[in-house]
Design a binder for this molecule. Structure first.
Ligand SMILES: Nc1ncnc2c1ncn2[C@@H]1O[C@H](COP(=O)(O)OP(=O)(O)O)[C@@H](O)[C@H]1O
Ligand SMILES: [Mg+2]
Length: 308
């Protein structure tokens, strides 16, 4: 049974993959079964773990399994499923050009995010027997869009259901006046029999599941990673306020590459603690000369326990 799902958020290059690796390896060495998935289009899991590149799920060590998820595959599956549904629901509209529709859908706004959300749902389903699921996220902008998607889908569906109810109401008025024959065969007046309404309810259920999950601090833990530079600090503040707006809890701040000063204005630990109060802030030292697997495990000391 899945105990928890982890997301690592933060600006590119701050150490999300590194700290995710640290968590995944540490949990596995404690005897848990862990699945670590990268949904970042610029994958580097194998590189960080010092393994040969490859597709599909691979065993890293002990109970740790990892995968660089091919989002193109999910995008294609998502498009195929969406157009199949539209074909089913709108069979009577011969005017719809389905081949053309696929192209239109492919480049519609929100498709990439929808496909990633679709991938996430599939991963959760496929690996629900694991104790922990660690997600290596794409760049901030895309991650925040994925996080907000279930909430915007819910708002849309709410409105679409109301419109559909109006249509069904009008149909029943027609039936009351002209009799059942006035409507075509198979045209529903009851929401329980209407295919469109039922599809809306199915989509609503899926979005509700994700929205509830993301807001459930017991099942999901969000870790925000930053460095001491001004830019990653500012981006982290932005991520935090976004999460607050959608009521998604944040669990821990990791101030990574601590002690590495590269010129420019730096932010110290006290400033971070103050800005993110009352959240715990843990510092991870900058390790010179590359990070081997044992270094990754060492980097997990002092904060991994807090997330279990
Ligand atoms: N604590 C650390 N000490 C030394 N190097 C680090 C540390 N954390 C990350 N790095 C290095 O910084 C680079 C970016 O880290 P990565 O985890 O890939 O960032 P992100 O996933 O946020 O883009 C990598 O080369 C990684 O080895
Ligand atoms: Mg990364």
């Amino acid at each position: 049974m899945m105990k928890r799902l982890y997301f690592f958020l933060g600006k590119g290059g701050v150490g999300k993959t590194t700290s995710a690796a640290s968590l995944a390896l540490t949990l596995a060495r404690k005897g848990f079964s862990v699945f670590w998935a990268s949904i970042d289009p610029a994958h580097n899991l194998w590189d960080v773990l010092g393994m040969e590149e490859g597709s599909g799920v691979k065993r890293v060590e002990g109970g740790l399994w990892a995968q660089e998820v091919d989002l193109e595959v999910y995008l294609r599956r998502f498009l195929a499923e969406t157009s199949r549904k539209m074909r089913d629901l709108y069979r009577h509209l011969t005017i719809l050009n389905l081949e053309g529709m696929l192209d239109v859908l492919r480049y519609s706004p929100g498709m990439e995010e929808s496909a990633v959300l679709f991938a996430l749902q599939d991963l959760l389903e496929t690996h629900r027997d694991k104790d922990f699921l660690v997600i290596d996220t794409p760049p901030t902008g895309l991650t925040l869009k994925i996080f907000s998607l279930p909430f915007s889908i819910l708002m849309w569906i709410d409105q679409l259901k109301k419109w559909r109810e109006k249509i069904l109401e009008r149909r029943s008025v027609v039936v009351a006046i002209k009799g059942k024959e006035a409507l075509g065969k198979g045209v529903a007046i009851d929401s329980g029999e209407d295919r469109v309404y039922r599809e809306l309810e199915r989509q609503e259920e899926r979005a509700r599941y994700m929205a509830d999950l993301l807001r459930d601090g017991g099942r999901v833990a969000n870790v925000l990673v930053m460095n001491q530079d001004r830019l990653s600090f500012t981006e982290s503040c932005r991520i935090r306020s976004f999460l607050e707006r959608v009521s998604i809890p944040l669990h821990l701040i990791l101030l990574n590459k601590f002690g590495l000063v590269e010129g420019g204005e730096t932010v110290d630990e006290a400033r971070v603690a103050e800005a993110f109060s009352p959240l715990p802030v843990r510092t991870l030292p900058f390790v010179r000369g590359g990070l081997g697997r044992e270094d990754l495990v060492s980097l997990g000391r002092g904060w991994v326990e807090e997330l279990v």
